[in-house]
Design a protein around this ligand. Structure first.
Ligand code: ADP
Length: 460
């Protein structure tokens, strides 16, 4: 699974929610009384209930009530007819409501005393309110700004007020609209930044999760390889432990005996015992070092060192199965890699060779290194059965194994190829003409221009 696949499935654009008035991406089919519709009906009721104010301002009259009814009717119609699934339909409805509100307000001012109405002074507020109600949509605020400035100038003009006063009022309304529009734009910007921050956070979390699961996967494969080695490890440790034990028995006997062996003889037994202890310590250290799960940066690695790390552990498996021969010229240039990871790749290949060679006479495994131009080649060859034609094309598939669940995981080659590619190299499998399998690793020589390491983060 590629990082981008993970991202695609993990990071989704979150809809921009800003309350009941937001104009966001297409939403799922709304319930009949969504918060937006409920709010519109509530506003319609509020518009109607304010008729009492009109009575206070202009006395009992039918006109303000008629205008408020029309205004409220517009809102109810919008609440009932609006298709909330379509962003453009919602935008159109907001513009419609803004026009209805502005025209109704102009009408209300007109019938409650025109320029003498108490409401007259609220003209600059209307576009501001539109900006607050529809911050996502500049169309509603602009429409209201234009209608209100035309309305306010018209009312003053009809009454024959001086041009300067007409212009002053129109200017105040336009300024209020611009301030509201600026505030709404800043709000939209902040909202966008927040949404982008959310997506970025989700992206980073997904990448971290990916890196963690990559490490876990590689770690489980390491443990699986060690599991495959377990029987050989036990055998290998048992041998020195057995002779350490018998040496200690012998030493005890000699120390308690009347006629103990010579000091030279005893010293020799001590030396042998120490060699045994050292052998056990070395095996345990190798295994512990190999199973560690550190994040490491690639460094220049001499292939001879990497091969000797892997071969030391692989010998536990191979020693009763096949002869292991290593031919790495000392002058072979280094490659840029994580030594432990590369050793894990080689160990996978050697354990596989051990499995393929089990019970065969004259079994051999060769590791050869050579330089070809700006590339370093590492060949792991055996004289086993090789790859059957139906297995060869599937070798690097994750979880492909011919070994049965108790022995194989089918991860070894897939992970090995992934790791080699992280170091800018390639891993291919082929059958040798003379019989047996060949795994061919190629790396760019460290320091050569072609040596670019993709996705450094993936090493962690
Ligand atoms: P596993 O070892 O867990 O089966 P791998 O991915 O390491 O998984 O190997 C996949 C398959 O490739 C093995 O099951 C085996 O059939 C085949 N294979 C690997 N190395 C060799 C080899 N040296 N000789 C023959 N077959 C091999």
């Amino acid at each position: 699974m590629s990082p981008s696949t993970v991202l695609r499935s993990t990071v989704r654009d979150s809809p921009e929610k800003v309350g009941p008035w937001s104009v966001g991406p297409a939403a799922p089919p709304p319930a009949r009384w969504s918060p937006r519709r409920k709010m519109l009906l509530l506003f319609a009721a509020g518009i109607l209930s304010q008729y009492s104010l009109d009575v206070l301002v202009a006395g009992l009259s039918g006109w303000p009530l008629a205008i408020r009814c029309l205004w409220a009717l517009g809102m109810v119609a919008s609440a009932l007819l609006m298709d909330e699934r379509s962003a453009s339909a919602v935008r159109l409805h907001s513009a419609f409501l803004s026009a209805v509100a502005s025209l109704s307000f102009i009408g209300l001012v007109l019938v409650t005393g025109a320029t003498g109405s108490v409401y007259f002074h609220f003209f600059p507020c209307l576009p501001l309110i539109m900006c607050l109600l529809y911050p996502q949509d500049s169309l509603s605020a602009s429409l209201s700004g234009v209608l209100c400035s035309v309305g306010v100038s018209g009312l003053l003009w009809v009454e024959g007020r001086p041009v300067s006063e007409v212009l002053l009022w129109a200017g105040v309304v336009v300024t209020a609209t611009l301030i509201g529009a600026y505030g709404a734009r800043e709000f939209r910007k902040a909202q966008r930044a927040e949404a982008e921050g959310r997506v970025e956070r989700a992206r980073r979390e997904a990448l971290e999760q990916l890196a963690i699961s990559e490490r876990r996967r590689a770690h489980s494969e390491k443990l699986a390889t060690l599991g495959q080695l377990a029987a050989s490890v036990v055998h290998e440790i048992n041998n020195p432990v057995a002779f350490i034990h018998s040496n200690l028995d012998y030493l005890e006997q000699e120390v308690l005996s009347e006629t103990p062996a010579s000091r030279e003889e005893l010293a020799e037994v001590f030396r042998e015992t120490r060699v045994g202890v050292e052998r056990v310590r070395q095996i345990v250290a190798d295994l512990r070092g190999f199973s560690r799960m550190d994040a490491e940066e690639p460094t220049e690695c001499a292939l001879a060192d990497v091969v000797s790390d892997a071969a030391r552990i692989a010998r536990l498996r191979l020693q009763h199965v096949a002869r292991l021969e290593v031919d790495i010229p000392a002058e072979l240039p280094p490659v840029l890699a994580v030594r432990r990871r590369l050793a894990q790749v080689l160990l996978n290949l050697l354990v596989n060779a051990g499995d393929a060679l089990e019970g065969r006479r004259g079994a051999e495994v060769h590791i050869r290194g050579r330089q070809e131009g700006a590339r370093v080649l590492l060949l792991v060859e055996d004289n086993g059965p090789g790859f059957p034609p139906d297995v060869l094309p599937r070798l690097f598939e994750t979880f492909f194994t011919t070994k049965g669940p108790e022995k194989g995981t089918g991860l070894g080659l897939a992970l090995s190829r992934e790791m080699v590619e992280q170091f800018g190299g390639t891993l291919v499998a082929e059958n040798r003409a003379e019989g047996g399998a060949r795994l061919r690793l190629e790396f760019p020589v460290s320091g050569c221009p072609s040596n670019s390491l993709p996705e450094q983060a993936a090493f962690r």
